[in-house]
Design a binder for this molecule. Structure first.
Ligand SMILES: [Zn+2]
Length: 536
């Protein structure tokens, strides 16, 4: 009782100070909750979007009963694709298809004989009974006169039909661009699959997403992300139109997630910000990062490896951007106050990016490597030494573990998804989902991080289980470490007075349940800037 009284008195004193300094802002108290980082407290008071105090039985102008929910700092996704995720909800969903034939059935259903492009995403030949890239003829059988354009699950390959090839003027004379690959038959004719930079030959003919389309896709995506408990995201490749839409939504007080935009490496998209310098004035949107692609992905054998693929001995993968150009860009962007995030999946891409960051010497820029999937053991300590942040996605490990041994061979498997080895060198890891490549449910990410098993409990001991994270590390990767990787560690990622009032409220304390149960935990509510933006 004595403690309660003291807490109340302290609260009243604090409130008086706060309310005089903040123009009599209303105080919202989230009560009747469990706070793992403050086991003695049961309520959190907030005003003006910020936490003002944490204590017992606090009283405010607005009282919100969290019904014994467990309150975590707001979960962040440090790498996803916002517009693409919203768009994925509107196009053909091919995730989980078991054969090329199943995909063609879905396309046949969408076929209406018009000139409108049939667009879809999510196929993955690694999941099919016959593990082979599909061909344009398969699509021609169900839609010969209507363009069909289907993204592979990772966005690093597309599968199109003959109608698209004729619209784009592509025949056997077309040359593979640098950093790209066109699959061909024995006569040199394109078979309908285009990898990495070769996708650009087609992409520019795809009808544009209008600004209205983009706005709707962003709003739908954000609603869904809030349902998953997310309060902030890092958008891995933002165009300037998206930045403007986000600013409009902020002005209308409609944006219910914080966005750290990583601008596309395309002067049209970054020029405007480059001249003005980083835009970090609004805590709902920060624009201070540029994202560059260095290599492709494992699934389509575009990741740049030091030694050839075990299942394709003449192939060491693709460099999508020239090393010299990346070096120049890192220096230019860092000098202008921008962080650089480089997409690197293979061990060769990771090593070269670390070499570039080492030469640039801009430790304070907090440059990042997105994915950092395959790292040679000699390069592990270099992340910490150079202040380079590995930004990794735990569910990539549990999606790839079924076939990655074929790509890498047994002797390189220890290089894959080396979370604990990186953490042991002193590095942090910012955690994300890469949605829509994976589902952006942070509970699935935490489960994958602490078990390295799929949701059916396979493999029994976990895949390369020595690289698992602890539950505290997994939580840090999507809270305080994700905040650090966007320069927001002084106001995001913790439950502490002065920090933004962003919370993910769960039905269970994750450290007190069997890790196998984590995917079935419920999100009770999501709170952003002191407001409930989702309630179950
Ligand atoms: Zn991505």
């Amino acid at each position: 009782m004595k403690n309660v009284t003291l807490a109340k008195q302290l609260y009243i004193i604090f409130s008086v100070i706060f309310m005089t300094s903040c123009d009599q802002s209303k105080v919202t108290v989230f009560s009747n909750c469990v706070i793992p980082s403050f086991p003695e407290a049961n309520s959190i008071a907030c005003a003006d979007g910020k936490i003002t105090s944490i204590g017992n039985d606090l009283i405010g102008d607005i009282m919100i009963d969290l019904q014994k929910g467990v309150v975590y700092p707001g979960f962040m996704d440090a790498h996803l694709h916002l517009v693409w995720y919203g768009k994925a909800m509107e196009i053909l969903d091919l995730v989980g298809t078991k054969s090329a034939t199943e995909v063609t059935h879905i396309v046949a259903n969408a076929y209406d004989g018009s000139k409108q492009w049939i667009v879809g995403r999510g196929w993955d030949q690694n999941d099919w009974e016959e593990i082979q890239f599909p061909t344009k003829e398969m699509l021609d059988m169900v839609a010969v006169d209507q363009p069909v354009y289907l993204h592979r699950i990772d966005g690093h390959a597309i599968w199109v039909n003959s109608s698209v090839l004729s619209i784009c003027g592509i025949d056997r004379d077309i040359v593979d661009p640098i950093g790209g690959k066109i699959l061909r038959d024995s006569d040199g004719n394109p078979t309908g699959v285009f990898i990495d930079n070769a996708m650009d030959l087609i992409k520019r003919f795809v009808p544009d997403n209008s600004k209205n389309d983009k706005q709707r896709q962003i709003i739908n995506a954000v609603r869904k992300l809030n349902q998953f408990g997310l309060t902030a995201i890092h958008d891995a490749g933002t165009d300037k139109e998206t930045v403007h839409i986000l600013k409009e939504l902020i002005a209308q007080e409609q944006l219910t997630i914080r966005v750290n935009a990583m601008l596309n490496d395309n002067s049209d998209d970054y020029k405007e910000f480059f001249t003005k310098g980083p835009d970090i004035t609004d805590r709902f949107l920060s624009v201070r990062t540029v994202k560059i692609y260095f290599d492709g992905a494992m699934g389509s054998r575009g990741a740049a490896l030091l030694e050839p693929y075990a299942d394709d001995p003449k192939n060491i993968g693709l460099n999508l951007t020239d090393e010299k150009i990346i070096t120049e860009k890192v220096n230019q962007f860092n000098a202008a106050g921008f962080q650089v995030a480089v997409h690197c999946i293979g061990d060769r891409a990771n090593r070269l990016a670390l070499d570039i960051f080492e030469r640039s010497g801009n430790k304070n820029s907090r440059n990042r490597i997105e994915h950092a999937q395959i790292i040679h053991s000699d390069d592990l300590p270099r992340f910490f030494d150079l202040g380079v942040i590995p930004s990794m996605q735990a569910t990539h490990c549990t999606s790839d573990m079924y076939w990655i041994d074929e790509r890498l061979g047994e002797e390189r498997l220890h290089e894959a998804y080396t979370w604990q080895s990186l953490l042991q060198t002193g590095s942090i890891i910012s955690g994300g989902s890469d949605a829509p490549v994976e589902i952006p449910n942070p509970l699935l990410g935490i489960h994958a991080a602490v078990t390295r098993q799929d949701t059916n409990g396979w493999p029994v001991l976990g895949w390369q289980p020595n690289e698992r994270m602890t539950i505290d590390q997994a939580l840090a990767s999507i809270t305080s470490w994700a905040a650090y990787s966007m320069f927001a560690e002084s106001y995001l990622g913790r439950i502490k007075p002065g920090y933004m009032a962003d919370f993910t409220v769960l039905s269970h304390d994750l450290s007190k349940i069997d890790p196998a149960q984590i995917p079935s935990v419920n999100v009770h509510s999501t709170i952003v800037n002191g407001k409930v933006v989702y309630k179950q």
